[in-house]
Design a protein around this ligand. Structure first.
Ligand SMILES: CC(C)(COP(=O)(O)OP(=O)(O)OC[C@H]1O[C@@H](n2cnc3c(N)ncnc32)[C@H](O)[C@@H]1OP(=O)(O)O)[C@@H](O)C(=O)NCCC(=O)NCCS
Length: 205
């Protein structure tokens, strides 16, 4: 799915405040502490809570294997001034013949500063520019207002309710599903209000 440029850990993506780069073994303590926070883990499909010993190291190994194989892309977010300090993760995962799925989490101390919107917009623009993907899928629970807002600001459009397999939550959970098409992503940075992209019951601001 991804070209050679992304399949080598020298790859870096720079945004105004962040580096997006491959996760490394040295990130495991921060991943365990930040992703181990219940408020982070329980909003995701794949992060268990309580966070088991060894899960962060396993995540890093799997992410690096997936990145080098070219089937997935998982990047750690780090402040530009402190590139070794991982604050979150953004990823795109293959789903058979379906459009790949966007996932992300950010450590709680860094919430509500616009960091994930900044990271996701740059990540999506990069993915569309370096691949021939037509669409990207995402989903979020209807009560996850910050995530719905991030998706709106990236240009995602709602495609209706559904259920998503969430292994760390013990099974399938009801979600709102979204798609982002190539042309929409190109306009996302210019239009960051996003509110009118969602039906009234899903407008978060
Ligand atoms: C979702 C998440 C990544 C957002 O990261 P973030 O950097 O805080 O997001 P941003 O600051 O870029 O944007 C959040 C938006 O939600 C808004 N928001 C935050 N809390 C809100 C609330 N309770 N109700 C409505 N809007 C809210 C913010 O105001 C902001 O919108 P704005 O820029 O228009 O003001 C972060 O909350 C997180 O990691 N959550 C736990 C894991 C998770 O939910 N992952 C996604 C699973 S689908």
């Amino acid at each position: 799915m991804f070209p050679d440029l992304l399949r080598d850990d020298v790859f870096r993506l720079e945004t105004r405040r962040l580096w997006l780069r491959w996760p490394r073994a040295a990130d495991t303590a921060l991943i365990a502490s930040l992703a181990g926070d219940r408020d982070v883990a329980e909003r995701t499909a794949n992060i268990p809570h309580p966070y088991p010993p060894g899960a962060a190291a396993e995540f890093v190994l799997k992410a690096r294997a997936g990145n080098s194989g070219g089937g997935t892309l998982a990047l750690g977010l780090a402040p530009r001034a402190r590139p070794t300090e991982l604050v979150g993760v953004i990823s795109l995962n293959r789903r058979g013949d379906e459009p790949p799925n966007l996932g992300y989490w950010l450590g709680k101390p860094y919430w509500s500063q616009g960091l994930m919107s900044e990271a996701a917009q740059a990540f999506l623009a990069m993915v569309f520019s370096l691949t021939n993907l037509a669409d990207i899928h995402a989903c979020a629970r209807q009560d996850n207002a910050p995530s719905l807002r991030v998706l709106a600001k990236c240009g995602f459009r709602p495609v209706g309710p559904g259920v998503e397999f969430a292994p760390a939550r013990g099974g399938s959970v009801p979600v709102e599903r979204f798609l982002l098409s190539r042309g929409q992503a190109a306009n996302a940075e210019a239009d960051t209000t996003g509110a009118d992209l969602f039906p009234p019951h899903m407008q978060t601001a």
